[in-house]
Ligand binder design. Structure first.
Ligand SMILES: N[C@@H](CCC(=O)N[C@@H](CS)C(=O)NCC(=O)O)C(=O)O
Length: 226
C-alpha cells in the first residue's frame, strides 16, 4: 500500500489524519510510532521528531495540517476544505485554534496525566494529585475554549459553512482523547457543542478509529458525567 500514516493512535494529530483519510475513502497502512522512543532514522521522516509523519510512495511529509492539506490536493474528493475564501480561512483558523490552543491544555494537562501516565507506568489508576490538577484544568481552563466553540457553532450542523470540513475534524479529534479520559463538555452548559461532538464521534470515520483505541484505554476511562 502506498499511503502510510506513522504515529501512535493516542495522538489527536494522528487521529486527524486518519479521519481525513477515512472521510476521503482512502486505504492506508498505519504504523504505531512512539515519538519518545522512535525508530532509527525517525527525524529523516519527521524533522521535528513529532507524530504524525506520512508516506505516499517515496514522498514523506510531517505535521498533521501539512499532511491533510496535501491529501486535499492529491485526492480532492470529497473536499474537506471550503471553497469560499473566507470559509476556507475560518476552517484553517479553527484547525489552528484547536491544534495550538486547545491541545496543549487538554492533551498535556488532562489526557496525559489521567490516561497516558498511568498507562505507561503500569498503574491501574491515575495519581490522586494528578487527578486534582487535571480536574482544576477542566474546571478553570477548558470552559473558555468550550464557551467560544459553543458560540461559534450556534445552531449550525458544522463549525464552518454547511459541510463537514477539516475544522470539524480538528475540533472533534482532541475531544476523543478527553472522552477516553472521561471528560466532555457538560450538556447542560454547552448543549450545542456536546451535541456536535456526539454527531462527529458518531460518523463512521471517527467511530472506526475510536473503537480501535478503546481496548487500549478502555479500562482506564472514567465514566463521563453529563
Ligand atoms: N503541529 C503538529 C503537532 C504534533 C505533535 O505535537 N505531536 C505530539 C504527539 S500528540 C508529539 O509528537 N510530541 C512529541 C514531541 O513533542 O517530541 C501536528 O499537527 O502534527
Amino acid at each position: 500500500m502506498s499511503l502510510v500514516v506513522l504515529g501512535g493512535s493516542v495522538s489527536p494529530f494522528v487521529r486527524k489524519v486518519r479521519v481525513a483519510l477515512a472521510e476521503k475513502g482512502l486505504e492506508y497502512r498505519h504504523e504505531q510510532v512512539n515519538p519518545y522512543a522512535p525508530p532509527a532514522g525517525w527525524r529523516e521522516l519527521s524533522p521535528l521528531g513529532k507524530i504524525p509523519a506520512f508516506r505516499d510512495g517515496d514522498r514523506a511529509l510531517a505535521d498533521s495540517s501539512v499532511i491533510c492539506a496535501y491529501l486535499e490536493r492529491r485526492f480532492p474528493q470529497p473536499a474537506l476544505y471550503p471553497s469560499d475564501p473566507y470559509d476556507y480561512a475560518r476552517a484553517l483558523w479553527f484547525e489552528e485554534y484547536m491544534d495550538s490552543g486547545f491541545v496543549p491544555v487538554a492533551g498535556a494537562r488532562v489526557f496525559f496525566p489521567l490516561v497516558l501516565k498511568p498507562l505507561f507506568g503500569g498503574k491501574a489508576e491515575a495519581d490522586p494529585n494528578d487527578v486534582a490538577a487535571a480536574s482544576k484544568v477542566v474546571e478553570e481552563e477548558l470552559p473558555g475554549f468550550w464557551d467560544y466553540l459553543e458560540r461559534e457553532l450556534a445552531d449550525h450542523e458544522f463549525i464552518v459553512g454547511d459541510r463537514f470540513t477539516i475544522a470539524d475534524i480538528a475540533i472533534a479529534s482532541p475531544h476523543a482523547n478527553l472522552r477516553h479520559a472521561g471528560v466532555a463538555p457538560v450538556r447542560k452548559r454547552w448543549p450545542r457543542l456536546r451535541a456536535f461532538l456526539d454527531r462527529m464521534h458518531g460518523r463512521s470515520s471517527f467511530k472506526k478509529v475510536m473503537e480501535e483505541e478503546t481496548p487500549v484505554f478502555g479500562k482506564r476511562s472514567i465514566q463521563i458525567n453529563d
